[in-house]
Design a protein around this ligand. Structure first.
Ligand code: ADP
Ligand code: MG
Ligand code: MG
Length: 907
């Protein structure tokens, strides 16, 4: 567009702005700020908005940066001239004049950046009042009380916001006036009282400008400068908002909610922000102005009672709510004022909401036709679904605690879920008390690797320092512990074993409740609940998600109950059943040890014969729970020594037995001790024999199966016999056998021979057969690099992304996580945790090789079964790279379904 740069746009010029910017709403918001853009949009929709104009973010940046003609922090004439021109327009629209005592126009000066930002400068209302215009306004309105109330507000806001005076100075004057008059609220002060208050305020703020234009200019400049204020910068850093956006300033004609009994001011959401239920939810005050409603100085009324006092305005408000939702296709958070019975809208924006509300609102907006289903699916974040999977604070308990003043502090919400427990200030105490069955909250100034045992023992973690990437935050997220960090209002006195919030002391053992989703910290034991995953709105939303996603979602489940839960959550099969978990059960471990201890193959077979029936019943349960769906069972994977006591433990037991033997009193006792001693010494010899210097790279996985084929045979039998049982009972089992840690095609060929032969034997005995698959894990670089050769002997691949990450990086996760990995992430050596999200450059490149190899075979499936399978970012990656499915913990299946749909929708 030609002509001079526009620094100012009237609210009724949105079409011009859009033409200039090419129409994109995002850039309109960028130029006018969120508040300004929405005021302009409401104006265009014919919604009653007091006239006014927006000084653009570009003007702000020009003011802050200065240029050849004007130094920084000086109002350039061309900007000011445009402000005056736009102000002239507002005057004409209303038939009032700024600074003219006979028809005084008053305006507000409101900041409004692209993204809503607490920490930016506050609004100044009633600009344009001085002794003369105040008199003029009294003559016109005949309401001295109203005028002096407005005037004192202007001086107070201007004093605190623009001149930087402490609010206390003003509040003390008001308090004294209330005491003198014997009233509880400012609204009850008489006009004469308020006139005196104004006089006192003028004394307190001698720099308060009486020239309305000077008031306006200083207010605009103060808003501009507040962009670079400390609070604003801190907030942007924390919220990840760019520092070069600038803020817009909205100058708007005042409407008055403090003009008597037919006037009011209020805020409302178009639907409940807590539950998502339809219908206005909000508060208002009769005869009040601006911030009174949110400041909590007067008791507000619920929005519904506006219908009783000002029915006309209430009906209009409901209608506006509908129109705004129709325009913005979302729940709106609105500010309004009723001036002498007439409704004015002052702000609208997308409303904040809880996860429960987000889901319900998305589904109902789609049902009402305001958005389509794809949009509904995109509206809810995986993190919000995650909310449904953790215990939460009960809403009533939270509200009650807030009312009772037990919300003691708020910090950063770094790991979701509610935690309730007694405070412990050091990790050892936390661990000790937790071992006694107590619920503990670990409270520290910050955490270090030394604290991890205490963090694991605790229900939740609270630190007073640190940010989103602090040690505490990272570890908490890793282990799914609710955590709040950077609670700076709290001071931990480690020596005195107490914490202080102002005057309040929290002692060791005191109960606290924290909400890792909101960052709130409460005193006392709040009730919690586990959200209902079968919530109808959530299941509807997830069923829509299923219509869009192409990536399959399976579950990692070892037991029939997990499989049932997984299926209820929408899993389409089992992507990984870790058989060794079955062996760790207390009734089986001795049998497993007996098997490992066997001196000969015959002995080993005997032990295996005892184990087999136990495994069978588990597998039958899995096939039943996943009837008609694939069940991938992985053969035993870990090194055998994991099933035996440790070398250290055994040595200790042996020494102990020997000491007791030397002091034994009876023959019986000696007998007993000797038997145990011999047993332990046998075990120790075996443990020594199995001892490896690098067990993770030792005799495990497929190597174990080839070394002891009888173990492999037992497992295959334990899989196929119950599969036959399920089939005979009319079921539809889909067994798939998975070979772990394969690094060479030869291993797979050999293992497959045994598997096929044993399966054939079972089928022959039972006189039936069924299709089944044999596949392999891809969890070492060599497996990925030789994937084409492995594919010749496999029916499917499953990427074990945890181990593949370990082996690709050549680092041990258990060791790294509690030491250098956290530092790497904090100091930015790694830009993300490869155990949380798939490393696209290294691990991802290897997975691509497996996918390429699989693509050469019809119907050859490749899934990911590491923890990455439940991580939204990794799920996006898996979708893009054409994996068949992800497999994650049963609890995360809903998150994966949504994330997979969102990935498909961004294509
Ligand atoms: P915030 O972003 O902090 O909500 P606002 O600019 O929205 O700040 O204003 C603070 C309060 O003043 C709100 O209640 C708003 O409705 C009210 N307000 C702002 N401008 C006007 C106006 N021109 N007339 C009446 N009330 C106003
Ligand atoms: Mg507002
Ligand atoms: Mg593995």
């Amino acid at each position: 567009m030609s002509g001079p740069t526009r620094w100012v746009y009237r609210f009724d010029e949105l079409d011009t702005v859009e033409q200039t910017l090419g129409g994109a709403w995002d850039s309109v918001r960028g130029l006018l700020g969120g508040k300004g853009a929405n005021l302009a949009e409401m104006t265009r929709l014919g919604i009653p908005v007091p006239p006014g104009f927006t000084v653009t973010t570009r003007a702000c940046l020009r003011y802050l940066g200065g240029d050849d003609a004007v130094p920084a922090n000086t109002m350039p004439t061309e900007i000011w001239d445009q402000v005056l021109a736009a102000l002239g327009d507002t005057e004409r629209k209303l038939g009032k004049r700024f600074g003219d005592p006979s028809t005084p126009l008053l305006v507000s000066c409101r900041s409004g950046a692209k993204f809503s930002m607490p920490g930016m400068m506050d609004t100044v209302l009633n600009i344009g009042l001085n002794d003369e215009t105040a008199k003029g306004l009294i003559d016109r309105s005949g309401d001295e009380h109203f005028v002096y109330d407005s005037y004192r507000r202007l001086i107070q806001m201007f004093g605190t916001v623009v001149l930087g005076l402490r609010d206390e100075l003003f509040e003390n004057v008001l308090a004294a006036a209330r005491t003198t008059r014997g009233v509880a609220t400012d609204a009850e002060l008489t006009a004469a009282d308020l006139r005196q208050v104004v006089a006192r305020f003028r004394e307190i703020s001698p720099r308060f400008p009486t020239d309305p234009y000077e008031q306006l200019q200083l207010a605009i400049e103060a808003v501009f400068r507040s962009w670079n204020g400390r609070r604003a910068i801190d907030y942007r850093n924390a919220a990840g908002i760019a520092h070069d956006l600038g803020t817009a300033v909205n100058v708007q004609a005042m409407v008055f909610g403090n003009l008597g009994a037919q006037s009011a001011t209020g805020v409302a959401m178009t639907r409940s922000g807590a539950t998502g239920a339809p219908g206005l939810e909000g508060d208002f005050l009769l005869n009040a102005q601006g911030e009174d409603v949110v400041s909590g100085t007067r008791a507000t009324l619920p929005i519904q009672s506006l219908g009783e006092v000002l029915p006309q305005a209430y009906a209009e408000l409901q209608e506006m709510a509908g129109r705004l939702e129709a325009r913005y296709h979302d729940m709106q958070d609105i500010e309004f004022t009723v001036e002498d019975g007439t409704l004015w809208m002052l702000q609208t924006r997308d409303g904040k909401r809880t996860a429960t509300a987000a889901v319900r609102i998305a589904v109902e907006l789609a049902d009402e036709g305001l958005i389509d289903r794809a949009t509904a699916v995109r509206r809810v974040s995986p993190a919000q679904i995650d909310f449904f999977l953790h215990p939460q604070l009960a809403a009533e308990a939270r509200a009650k605690a807030i009312e009772e003043g037990r919300l003691v502090a708020t910090g950063l919400n770094v790991s979701p879920g509610a935690a309730v427990g007694a405070v412990a200030f050091d990790p050892d105490t936390a661990q000790r008390l937790a071992a006694d069955g107590r619920k503990i909250i670990l409270v520290r100034p910050e955490t270090k690797p030394d604290d991890v045992h205490g963090m694991l023992a605790a229900q939740g973690i609270l630190t007073t320092r640190g940010g989103r990437t602090s040690h505490a935050a990272l570890v908490a997220r890793q282990f799914g512990k609710p955590a709040v960090v950077g609670v700076s209002a709290l001071e931990v006195d480690l020596v005195g074993h107490r914490a202080l919030v102002g005057d309040l002391e929290i002692a060791e053992g005191d109960w606290v409740s924290l909400d890792g989703g909101t960052g709130q910290v409460f005193l006392g034991q709040l009730d919690t609940f586990v959200p209902d995953i079968s919530d109808t709105w959530l299941s509807t939303l997830l069923s829509w998600a299923d219509d869009y996603r192409r990536l399959g979602v399976r579950a990692n489940a070892d037991y029939p109950v997990d499989a049932q839960r997984a299926r209820a959550n929408g899993a389409e099969g089992i992507g990984l059943c870790r058989t060794e978990h079955m062996f760790f059960a207390t009734d089986r471990l001795p049998l497993m040890q007996k098997m490992i201890m066997s001196g000969s193959t015959t002995e080993r077979r005997e032990a295996l014969d005892e184990l087999q029936p136990l495994q069978r019943s588990d597998f039958l349960g899995l096939f039943r729970a996943m009837d008609g769906l694939p069940v991938i069972i992985r053969l035993v994977d870990p090194p055998l020594h994991e099933f035996l006591p440790t070398f250290e433990e055994l040595s200790h037991r042996i020494t102990d037995a020997k000491i007791r033997l030397s002091a034994a009193a009876s023959l019986d006792e000696i007998d007993g001790l000797l038997t145990r001693l011999r047993h332990d010494e046998d075990l120790l010899r075996r443990v020594e024999a199995l001892r490896e210097s690098n067990p993770m790279l030792g005799l495990r996985g497929v190597r174990l199966a080839l070394r002891y084929p009888e173990i492999l045979q037992m497992q295959v039998r334990a899989i196929f016999e119950p599969a036959c049982d399920a089939l005979e009972a009319g079921g539809d089992p889909h067994p798939e056998v998975m070979v772990p840690l394969t690094t060479d095609a030869g291993e797979l060929r050999k293992a497959r021979e045994v598997i096929d032969a044993e399966a054939a034997a079972v089928f022959a005995e039972r006189g039936l057969s069924m299709p089944y698959l044999v596949g392999t894990m891809v969890e070492t670089p060599r497996a990925a690099l030789t994937a084409p050769k492995l594919a010749a002997h496999a029916d499917f691949f499953s990427v074990g992304s945890n181990d593949l990450t370990q082996t690709t990086y050549g680092l041990s996760r258990d060791d790294a996580e509690t030491s250098f990995l956290v530092d790497y992430l904090r100091t930015g050596v790694y830009d993300h945790d490869p155990f949380t999200s798939i490393d696209p450059d290294g691990v991802g490149a290897l997975i691509d090789l497996a996918i390429d190899a699989a693509d050469l075979h019809e119907g050859f499936e490749v899934g990911v079964c590491g923890e990455h399978g439940g991580d939204p970012t990794s799920i996006g990656w898996c979708h893009e790279h054409g994996l068949t499915y992800v497999s994650c913990s049963p609890l995360r299946v809903p998150v994966a379904r949504l994330a997979a749909a969102q990935a498909a929708l961004t294509d």
